[in-house]
Design a protein around this ligand. Sequence first.
Ligand code: VAH
Length: 318
Amino acid sequence: MKNILILGAGGQIGSELVPYLRGIYGDAHVVATDVKPNEVLKAAGPFEVVDALDAKRLGELADTYRIDAVFNLVALLSATGEKNPTLAWRINMGALTNALELGREKKAAVFTPSSIGAFGPSTPKDKTPQDTVMRPNTMYGVCKVSGELLGDYYHTRFGVDTRSVRFPGIISNVTLPGGGTTDYAVEVYYAAVKGEEFVCPVSEGVYMDMMYMPDALRSIVELMEADPAKLKHRNSFNVAAMSFCPSKLFEAIRKQAPSLKVRYEIDPVKEQIAQSWPNMLDDSCARSEWGWKPEWDLDSMTRDMLEKVGEKKTKGLI
Ligand code: VAH
């Protein structure tokens, strides 16, 4: 990859993926785009305001910057998608279709994340296989399964180099996530640092796969740089790092921030979604086909999150 175009660069993943990629490939080789201005991303490299649904404008940018890889991060997340399913379908699938068409027309590789949200209540919950039943009951999940099928179609039908991972809930300390079922696992660190009571929207025993952002960023580059001859799968690889429920997370935080106070106010939409997702994925295919291996666990992530979010509080940023 020499010139990468990022769609949806201002979101939770994009705001950290852009600087991460610029550190590897060079600032001028990573073109960040988002539907709204972003001074932080613009300060360090090429940034364009563009709607990912505007195929014509995307084609012009791909020519201007001689793009050879497209990373599509545009998504209305699971809980938001249930509030406006038709909008979620239009945005999520419109952006992905444009990214895949760019890949076909410009002979560019295409990365777009799938999610544990692509699985549903009939999927085996423990050690969820790479290839298994996928009947999600959320619009987000329907978009993710459809996206996986489209990604494989563009590869087999048009030879586009499409690759993807099924991300767990991603924990990060730069940009807060918005509208996701796993957002609680990010928000609680802010409550712990600020000494505020945390109101948890999902029940204490519901397990979900989770991953720290540094592992997520590395998984994207390692997959995109992997030898294509070794890939038996493409869209999308199970990747896993840790699995926990709210009570396990709060226990880990209290080891370092003992005064954390929590109460539960169950959000029925988030609870239903969380209960429909797997407890822990089997990521053996990612490990064998391109060498995936997580580096962060719950305790090391918690130490780093409390330190980084604590620094934001010290600087008056939160
Ligand atoms: C969500 N954070 O909660 C996203 C993610 C696996 C969860 O897809 O919708």
